[in-house]
Structure formats: structure tokens, C-alpha cells
Write a protein that binds this ligand. Structure first.
Ligand code: DC
Length: 233
């Protein structure tokens, strides 16, 4: 069996701030797979739209965003210090700028634009063509890789998720309140689940992981049991 044949695709979908990226990154490191954070791609498009006048005072001009799409070239480069890939737009490193509250407040509207999804889904499918990837997002198990061998749907209590994101942002020096973060988490849940194109939903064959009260180590143990059931190792 070739290497490509023996590797699987692991789809990690779920609500925002569930620790999907942390978990998906840990899985990839453990298995020697490539980790792809698709939320970063939607955030990168949002950042570009903010910087190029397609979002003003928080209002997303859909036609203007679509008009910019051909000018946005997204690439990832592995950063050994982080143990994950950094995201670049047109060659500029934007990893540090895509997780601000300004981008978070506009990203649901940008990710609801069908043309944006079409472009990013095609890129994601290409990145997973050789398998051996752990991809985290909202529609990986339903739309991007409906044939993924292992689909995980992550959930956690919204208050727990808001606290996690609050700690993350304040540690980086951002001045935010817990209330504003919790509002953003709940608004994004509602927007992600109700959008017309690729709404967030659990794939019928996904296994659910509620990590409200689990450590990363406990989640890894759970993962390895599920992984062994679905791979030949
Ligand atoms: O995972 P995240 O919070 O960084 O994702 C940012 C936003 O991007 C989120 O509000 C929903 C959207 N998204 C999406 O629509 N589809 C994906 N596969 C990943 C993210």
C-alpha cells in the first residue's frame, strides 16, 4: 500500500472557539499529518476586504468582496516555531492580524458569500488531494470532504468558549470584555448555522466531542481510539 493510500482525511468541524485548531494541530503533530485551518482562510479574505474598502463601518459590500477575489492569493508556509503553517496573502504574512475582534465581527458575513466559499473550498480540496491532512472548519465533513474517513464534530458550552477566546486575546494584549466576546461567539454560532450556503451542521456520520470539561490529553486519548477504528494501524 502506498503512503497516500494508507493516510486518511480527518475533518474537524464545530462551533467557533471550541479549541478545534488546538486539537486539530495536536492530531496532525501526533500522526505526522498536515494541519489546515480553513477558518484562517475565511479570515484572510475578510482582512483583505477590510483593507481594500469592501467592508466599511462593519458593513460588508458583497459585490465588492467578489470583485476582489481574483486578486487574493492565499498560501501557507510551515513555521517550525509554532509547529503549524502561517497564512500569507499575496506573499504578506497575515497570521498575526486575522484574529482581531474587527475581523471576527465581519468574517461570518464574508464566509456566507457563495463565490468566497467556492474559491476556498476548491483550494481546500486541492490541499487534501494527497490525503494525510487534518482540516478544521465548519463544512469539512459535509461539503469539502464528504468522504473523509474520520469526521469529528466539536462542541463546548458557549460560556466556556467565550472565556477561552477572552483569555487568548487578552494574553495577546487586546483590550476586550468577556461580554463582547460571548456576544460575538453566540452571534457567530447563529450566523454559521443559519446561512444559506454550507451551514454549520454535524455530518450524519460524524462523531461528537464535547470538550467543555476535557483536557487536550483526554481529547487525544479519545481521538486515538477513534483513529485506530478507522485506519489500518
Ligand atoms: O474557525 P474560525 O473561528 O477561525 O473561523 C472564522 C469564521 O470562518 C467562522 O465564523 C465561520 C467561517 N468558516 C466557515 O464558514 N467555513 C469554514 N470551513 C471555516 C470557517
Amino acid at each position: 500500500m502506498s503512503d497516500t493510500e494508507s493516510k486518511i482525511i480527518i475533518a474537524v468541524d464545530g462551533f467557533s472557539s471550541c479549541g478545534k485548531s488546538t486539537f486539530a494541530k495536536a492530531i496532525a503533530a501526533r500522526l505526522g499529518y498536515i494541519f489546515i485551518d480553513t477558518g484562517a482562510m475565511y479570515r484572510a479574505v475578510t482582512l483583505y476586504a477590510l483593507r481594500h474598502g469592501a467592508i466599511r463601518s462593519g458593513i460588508v459590500d458583497e459585490q465588492a468582496v467578489v470583485g476582489l477575489l481574483d486578486r487574493i492569493d492565499i498560501t501557507f508556509r510551515f513555521n517550525p516555531e509554532r509547529g503549524a503553517s502561517d497564512i500569507y496573502v499575496n506573499g504578506d504574512l497575515v497570521e498575526g492580524q486575522i484574529r482581531t475582534i474587527e475581523v471576527s465581527n465581519c468574517v461570518s458575513a464574508v464566509s456566507a458569500i457563495p463565490e468566497v466559499r467556492r474559491k476556498l473550498v476548491a483550494m481546500q480540496q486541492e490541499m487534501g488531494r494527497r490525503r494525510g491532512v487534518v482540516m478544521d472548519g465548519r463544512d469539512i465533513g459535509t461539503v469539502v470532504f464528504p468522504d473523509a474517513e474520520l469526521k469529528i464534530f466539536m462542541t463546548a458550552d458557549p460560556a466556556v468558549r467565550a472565556r477561552r477566546r477572552y483569555d487568548e486575546l487578552t494574553a495577546k494584549g487586546e483590550r476586550v470584555t468577556l461580554e463582547e466576546i460571548e456576544r460575538n461567539v453566540r452571534e457567530r454560532d447563529a450566523a454559521d448555522m443559519s446561512r444559506a450556503v454550507s451551514p454549520l451542521r454535524r455530518a450524519d456520520d460524524a462523531v461528537e466531542l464535547d470538550n467543555s470539561h476535557m483536557t487536550v490529553d483526554e481529547q487525544m486519548e479519545w481521538l486515538m481510539r477513534e483513529f485506530r477504528l478507522r485506519s489500518n494501524r
